[in-house]
Design a protein around this ligand. Sequence first.
Ligand SMILES: Nc1ncnc2c1ncn2[C@@H]1O[C@H](COP(=O)(O)OP(=O)(O)OP(=O)(O)O)[C@@H](O)[C@H]1O
Length: 236
Amino acid sequence: MSNLLEIKNLSYSRNLHSILENFNLEIPQGQIVGLLGANGAGKTTVMRLIAGSFLYRRGTISVQNSQTVAERKSKVSFTEQASHLEMNAPLSKIGDFYNEIYEDFNLTNFKQLLAELGLKIDQKLNQLSKGNYRKFVIAVTLARNVDLYLLDEPFDGIDSMSRKKIIASIISWKPDSATILVSDHHVADIANLLDSVVVIKNKKVIAKEAANTIREELGQDIETYYESYYGEENDD
Ligand SMILES: Nc1ncnc2c1ncn2[C@@H]1O[C@H](COP(=O)(O)OP(=O)(O)OP(=O)(O)O)[C@@H](O)[C@H]1O
C-alpha cells in the first residue's frame, strides 16, 4: 500500500516556541486515522502545516508525492477552510460559492450530505445552532473530491446521537481511495470510525497502531490504548 501522506523530520516553531521537533508520520491511502493528543499537543498545527496554512522551514510534507503548498492545497480539504463565509447566506448559496472556487467540489454530494445530516439547503448560516454549524462544516469539507480530508475536532458541540449518525454517514460516504485524518478528544465516540491511531506528545508522534492490532493483539479498546500514553507534557 502506498503512503498518501508522508511527513519527514518536520520541525516547526511559532513565536520562538518550538511546537514540533523531528516529527515523522506516514499514512497509507484509504485509511481513516485518529490524530490524538492532549490540549496543546500540536494536532491543529500539524493539520495547518499539511493544508499549507502554516509554512515550515525544516523537514518535508508530501501528499500523494506533492510537496509544494499549491499542489498540496489542491489535494487537501480541511475543516478550517470553511471560515470567513457570508454568514447571512443560505446553505444553497454557500454551495454555489464553493462550486465556483473549487473545481473538485461536488454540489450533488454537498446537498446529499446536508440532507443526511438533517440540514435544510434554504437555512442561513447564521441561523444554525453550534452543532448544526459543525455539521455544515463536515458536509462542505467532505463534498470536495480530494485525496486527503483533515477533520479537526469535527464533532465539537454535536450531541452524541448525532455523532453516531454522522460517523455512519462518513463511513457510507467514504470512497475507498479517500484518506481521512481526524482529531477528537472523545476517543471512545470515534473509535468505530478509525483504521488506526496516532498519538502526539512532546512534539512528536510517540505511538502509531492499527485499530485491529490494538483490539485483537493488545486486547485493549482504543480509549484505553490512548490513555496509556496520555499524560503531562514535558516542559522543555
Ligand atoms: N501564536 C502562537 N505562538 C506560540 N505558540 C503557539 C501559538 N499558537 C499556538 N501555540 C502553541 O502551539 C502548541 C500546539 O497548539 P495546537 O493548537 O496545535 O494544539 P492542539 O493539539 O490542536 O490542541 P487542542 O486539543 O487544545 O485543540 C500549543 O502548545 C500552543 O500553546
